[in-house]
Design a binder for this molecule. Structure first.
Ligand code: SF4
Length: 497
């Protein structure tokens, strides 16, 4: 941890500890230094989890009489440096940062520093960072064909669910998903490994199954693979399947478990799902308590889909989750265009009307503000998904494409190859993929004509045809609100493949 190395007299150039949404960090000065642990030898490395607030930044590293230069991404990233024979390492940040109303001379934000002796670990982190830099440059240029691999990988490791096998949750497009999955491969550890650089170079892996990952016999193996070299693995569970045996596979892993709850009481939960609310709360409490001895990992997030029938439960839900000990509550919304076979039904004696449950943007806006305020009042981190997606992946108004998803994320799902999470149709079906040459076939699909055309539209400041059919997408909604004459500027450096 940073506080074990950067708080010593021998380390210099750090400001005091601060905290952001993800945890503690320290600002460096534009020049800073770290002392390597005693008894240095060849093959020593240092790994830094750092963030640059500025685009186009770099770091000059002086260690053991050798000087090297490293380009940085904007935002948080992991860099791993070789320190052969060095007893100390000095850093100089290319672009110093001046924060508004802050007189300090700032360099980078650093959350964690770890020294290690593992050349394989160093090599995989070095390759991931180099690929991320190339991917970021290709996105900024609006490249239609990519030499890089996307930095985020979405997979589907499960096709079955303990709830849906009895009766799907009211808002789940279960039957549609199962039709879409027909003929798709099973995402075994071998299949994931055959994805090659899609898996190796991803900075984060997320599961997007219409299913329950912990039900799969290979769950532990996939968790190990997806969290390799400190990478984050995220998946969603209904929480009922997080038994002691499955929780043990997650302890100490850099995983993020999302548990969908959507209700503050057993009766509320039964309206949408089933009678096992107490089991979900019990499993969550156990996981939050057990992870304390494992560095607080995995992270535990719960989600609450805000609907007309449960919006009055938000305060109670936040209080309950504070008591359970989760890290964050994510508020989500129903997708307007979802592919439900039955939009009105009676579920455990309660009438559910999907369309009547959907809240429009004008209704969601004050609800989002109230959720944030309630989160503050309850000392609970809160995220508003319908705002954050557009903020993170949407138009930056700096000449880059208006959506980053088709560059930065590979949706290799059992429902097909998709360009984003709002897609309901496969851009490329699995029938077009040669599974005997999985990595190259997937890369060809990622650069195929439909993807190229979508990237062209987005880089020229307009939505693609695919987007027009994704009415649940926050970016599509945001673009629909703009005056007809307003377009985003085309990408910088219009260099094409
Ligand atoms: S629908 Fe279009 S704008 Fe929305 S996330 Fe997908 S590719 Fe991006």
């Amino acid at each position: 941890m940073l506080n074990s190395v950067a708080g010593r007299d021998s380390d210099a150039g750090f400001w005091e500890w601060e905290r952001d949404r993800e945890g503690p960090f320290r600002w460096t000065r534009p020049r800073f230094a770290l002392a390597a642990p005693a008894a240095p030898g060849p093959g020593r490395f240092v790994c830094l989890e750092l963030a640059s607030p500025l685009q186009g930044n770099s770091l000059t590293v002086q260690a053991g009489g050798k000087r090297s230069h490293l380009h940085l991404l904007q935002g948080w990233q992991v860099v791993d440096l070789r320190l052969t024979d060095a007893t100390s390492v000095e850093f100089e940040v290319g672009l110093a940062f001046q924060a508004p109303d802050d007189t300090r001379a700032l360099g980078l934000m650093i959350r964690e520093v770890t020294f290690h002796d593992d050349p394989e670990l160093h090599e995989i982190r070095r390759r991931r960072h180099a690929n991320a830099l190339l991917n970021s440059a290709e996105f900024a240029e609006g490249r239609e064909q990519l030499a890089s691999f996307p930095t985020h990988l979405r997979i589907t490791m499960s096709k079955r669910c303990n709830i849906a096998n009895e009766k799907p949750c009211v808002y789940c497009s279960w039957d549609w998903a199962k039709r879409m999955e027909r003929g798709s491969p099973t995402f075994t550890p071998k299949f994931l490994s055959d994805m090659g650089q899609f898996m190796d170079l991803a900075l984060a892996v997320n599961d997007c199954s219409y299913g329950e990952p912990p039900l799969e016999a290979s769950f532990g193996e996939v968790v190990n693979m997806a969290t390799q070299a400190g990478r984050t693995f995220e998946f969603t569970s209904n929480g009922q399947t997080l038994s002691k045996k499955k929780r043990d596979l997650l302890l100490g892993r850099p995983a993020r478990v999302h548990v969908s709850v959507d209700a503050a009481t057993a009766a509320g939960y039964n309206r949408y799902r089933d009678h096992r609310f107490e089991l979900v709360v019990k499993n969550l409490r156990a996981l939050c308590s057990e992870r304390a001895a494992f560095g607080g990992l995995p992270e535990v997030f719960v989600s609450f889909i805000v609907m007309r029938s449960n919006r009055g439960e938000i305060s109670d839900f936040l209080r309950l989750m504070k008591d359970v000990g989760v890290d964050r509550v994510t508020f989500r919304t129903l997708y307007v265009e979802d592919r439900l076979d039955t939009r009105r039904l009676v579920h455990h004696g309660w009438q559910f009307d999907y369309d009547a449950e959907c809240l429009d943007a004008d209704e969601l806006s004050p609800i989002g503000e109230a959720c944030l305020a309630e989160g503050l009042a309850n000392d609970m981190a809160v995220s508003i998904e319908w705002d954050e997606f557009a903020r993170n992946s949407g138009p930056a108004h700096d000449g880059t494409p208006i959506c980053s998803e088709p560059w930065k994320t590979a949706y290799l799902l059992d429902r097909g190859i998709m360009p984003c999470c709002y897609g309901r149709e496969a851009m490329i079906p699995w029938q077009d993929i040669d599974e005997s040459q999985l990595e190259s076939s997937l890369h060809a699909a990622f650069n195929s004509q439909p993807m190229v055309e979508l990237r062209r539209d987005l880089s020229q400041g307009r939505l693609g045809k695919y987007c027009d059919r994704a009415q649940g997408c926050p970016i599509v909604k945001q673009m629909a609100k703009r005056p007809a004459t307003q377009t985003s500027p085309p990408s910088r450096n219009r260099r094409r493949a």
